[in-house]
Design a protein around this ligand. Structure first.
Ligand SMILES: O=C(O)C(=O)C[C@]1(C(=O)O)C=C[C@@H](O)C=C1
Length: 126
C-alpha cells in the first residue's frame, strides 16, 4: 500500500479498540436488560410464595417440603443441562431462593401463630 492510504499501526489499533468498546457497551446493555428481567421474575415468584406461606400458616402446614424441593431441583438440573447452563449452579441458585422462601414462610407462621394466640386470649385489657 502506498504511503498516505494505509492506516498507521496505531490508528488500526485504536479502530479495533473503538469497535471493542462499542461491543462491550452493546453486551452490557443486554446484561442490564436481563438483570432487570431477573428482578421482575423473582419479584413475581416471591409474590406467589408469599401467598403459599400464608396458606401454609393458616392450615398449619410445614414451611418446607423436602420432597417438592427434590423434584424441583431434579427438574431444574434437567432444564439447565438442555440450556447448556451448569446444573450445579442452577441447583445452588434454586436452593438459595428456596432457603429465603422458607425463612419468609417461618416468619409468616410465627406471626400467624402469635395472632391466633392473642385472639384466643380475648380482647387485651385496658
Ligand atoms: O411449594 C411449596 O410448598 C413452597 O413452599 C414453595 C417452595 C418454593 O420456593 O418453590 C418453598 C419451600 C418448599 O420447601 C418448597 C417449594
Amino acid at each position: 500500500m502506498s504511503e498516505g492510504t494505509a492506516p498507521a499501526a496505531g490508528e488500526a489499533a485504536s479502530v479495533a479498540d473503538e469497535a471493542a468498546r462499542e461491543r462491550l457497551l452493546y453486551l452490557r446493555g443486554s446484561i442490564d436488560n436481563l438483570d432487570a428481567a431477573l428482578v421482575h421474575l423473582l419479584a413475581e415468584r416471591f409474590k406467589c410464595t408469599q401467598q403459599v406461606g400464608e396458606l401454609k400458616a393458616r392450615h398449619s402446614l410445614p414451611p418446607a417440603d423436602p420432597a417438592r424441593e427434590a423434584a424441583q431441583i431434579e427438574r431444574l438440573r434437567r432444564l439447565a443441562e438442555d440450556a447448556k447452563l451448569d446444573p450445579a449452579f442452577a441447583e445452588k441458585f434454586l436452593n438459595f431462593i428456596i432457603g429465603e422462601v422458607v425463612r419468609h414462610h417461618r416468619a409468616i407462621a410465627d406471626r400467624t401463630h402469635e395472632e391466633a394466640t392473642a385472639e384466643a386470649a380475648g380482647p387485651a385489657a385496658g
